[in-house]
Design a protein around this ligand. Structure first.
Ligand code: G4P
Length: 532
């Protein structure tokens, strides 16, 4: 591998940013982009009182609901690093999408609202994150507002997530009396100045914690005393800083700050870059490790997104490059398609802009035009060095609904829309054995996915349909070959469905019916949906 490629890979940092909606993920992303000079002014990503929306919010529905449904990728440079931020949908209903995105990241940043702490959504997202075993960095945001006790917040993180925390800095009060933070490594104070918010460096005063007089002048005697006490307590009682534990996702460095006020963001970025590694190795299906520096391009598809741009009606597959270098125009090999391909219209997101790319390196994410050949988890690699990455595990749907088309003139559009949206992994689609395409059973993890489906079917395919919720909660796949589903002895509230590939599944309303099915059908083998 040539030296330039090695250097390029070494300076890559690829991370996912996760949070409960409204914790400040968009604001933090915006500030990070500002530091990288990728955007010119605050508010370009999401403007206050304006109808500009986050660069990552592509869909109309997201704007209406104020949630980020889809996730996007942004690249920027800072201090010699080339940083890829993978945005994730904040809502737990899209946690599978978050999981796929995490598969493409080498670390995660979790944004938490200091007044709220861990919210249900964050909890689910975190568990998704922990499954990947990647380093997790925590940014406790909105310290300029009334916040919960910082010890409580850390305690909650440790208790709920079962990992250690290491506060990198410590807040001095909060809300109207927020004075700044104490940097535990540099042993100095960064004062909070409420009147910036622009792109430049913060106007902070550094002051050692032992400089009592200077400190008193800065933050007052009471806060100084409180701070000294707390820092002493922290130094004595909290986890030690341990880079190995951080790398394994067992210890989360925690930063307190205020994204909106640009406070603590640059320090966070600098510390984060220092503590995270360049792109990590990936495992193939036969358990061999491919390092980013292995000769030969390889990548996997972690996301497929249709119609990102209304003007283009396109479908884009997002690939995480795992090794080597991508070159435009080069012929590669699509493992699952079993054929050579040229990846057409390769592009990267630079803030608001989609830009064509000539080359990209391990660690990078590229979007390529997908003529309908890719599925999530597919591998694309060099023709002479074939590897196959392990697929991306799927989550079992938890809600089911019957979706039936209304207008028989639009059968084709209905089938096409459902099929494409299912291929993107945005829903799971099943059929009743023997039934046609005019009605399908749609499985989702969160109910909001139904809203997205309805919205997209109407706006992209011009199709309206009737939806009836079904009472099922569990799904199991029938693992037997040649099973005669008509002959199965099942409870009256169990239903058989089949997927596009002809695999049979049973839908159950309760655990009891699952037991009935296995007890009353000797030889029947049922497997969990998410272990396939
Ligand atoms: P999200 O992407 O995680 O959903 O959150 P987002 O950044 O959109 O932030 C949610 C709200 O919280 C926004 O206010 C944002 O301005 C505010 N916010 C973010 N960081 C801070 C902070 O450090 N301090 C304070 N006080 N507020 C913060 P909004 O009124 O909902 O939206 P907007 O009108 O500001 O766009």
């Amino acid at each position: 591998m040539d030296e330039r490629t090695i250097k390029e890979i070494e300076r890559r940092r690829t991370f996912a940013i996760i949070s409960h909606p409204d914790a400040g993920k968009t604001t933090l992303t915006e500030k990070l982009l500002l530091y990288g000079g990728a955007i010119q002014s605050a508010g370009s990503v999401k403007g206050k009182q304006s109808d500009k929306h986050a660069v990552s919010d592509w869909m109309e529905l997201e704007k209406q609901r104020g949630i980020s449904v889809t996730s996007s990728v942004m690249q920027f440079r800072y201090n010699g690093y080339c940083i890829n931020i993978l945005d994730t949908p904040g809502h737990q209903d899209f946690s599978e999408d978050t999981y796929r995105t995490l598969m493409a990241a080498d670390s995660a940043v979790m944004v938490i609202d200091a007044a709220k702490g861990i919210e249900p959504q964050t909890r689910k997202l975190f568990h998704v994150c922990a499954k990947r075993g990647i380093p997790i960095f925590t940014f406790i945001n909105k310290m300029d507002r009334e916040a919960r006790d910082p010890f409580d917040l850390l305690d909650e993180l440790e208790r709920e997530f079962g990992i250690g925390t290491y506060p990198m800095n410590w807040p001095i009060s909060c809300g109207v009396t927020f004075k700044g933070v104490f940097d535990r490594r540099a042993r100095c104070i960064h004062t909070f100045d409420n009147f910036h918010g622009g792109r430049g460096k913060l106007n902070t005063i550094a002051c050692d914690i032992t400089e009592t007089e200077k400190l008193d002048a800065l933050i007052g005697e009471n806060l100084r005393e409180e701070l000294c006490e707390q820092v002493e307590l922290l130094d004595g009682a909290s986890f030690d800083f341990d880079e190995e534990k951080i790398a394994k996702g067992k210890l989360s460095p925690v930063f307190f700050g205020s994204a909106l006020n640009n406070f603590g963001v640059e320090d966070f970025l600098a510390a984060f870059l220092e503590m995270t590694s360049s792109p990590l190795s990936r495992k193939t299906i036969d358990d061999t490790e491919v390092t980013p520096f292995d000769e030969g391009f390889s990548a996997f598809v972690f996301k497929i997104q249709a119609n990102m741009n209304k003007a283009h009606r396109d479908r884009i597959a997002f690939l995480r490059i795992c090794s080597g270098k991508f070159e435009r125009g080069e012929e590669y090999f699509h493992i699952q398609g079993k054929r050579p391909i040229k990846l057409s219209q390769p592009q990267q997101m630079m803030a608001q802009e989609r830009e064509g790319v000539e080359e990209a390196f391990a660690g990078d994410i590229i979007g390529v035009f997908d003529p309908g050949i890719f599925s999530i988890g597919d591998t694309v690699c060099a023709k002479n060095r074939k590897v196959t990455y392990s697929g991306i595990p799927t989550f079992a749907p938890e809600h089911f609904a019957m979706v039936e088309q209304i207008d028989s003139m639009k059968r084709k559009q209905f089938a096409k829309g459902m099929d494409q949206i299912a291929k993107e992994g945005a829903i799971r689609m099943f059929f009743e054995p023997g039934a046609g395409m005019e009605r399908v059973v749609v499985g989702v993890i969160g109910m909001l996915q139904y809203d997205v489906l309805k919205f997209r079917m109407e706006s992209e395919y011009g199709v309206k349909y009737i939806q009836r919720e079904l009472p099922f909660q569990y799904i199991q796949r029938i693992d037997n070959e040649d099973v005669d589903v008509a002959k199965l002895n099942l409870t009256s509230d169990t239903r058989v469905v089949v997927d596009v590939q002809g695999k049979y599944y049973l839908l159950f309303t309760g655990q009891w019916s699952i037991k009935w099915a296995t007890d009353n059908n000797p030889g029947l083998v049922l497997v969990d949906f998410d272990h396939m």
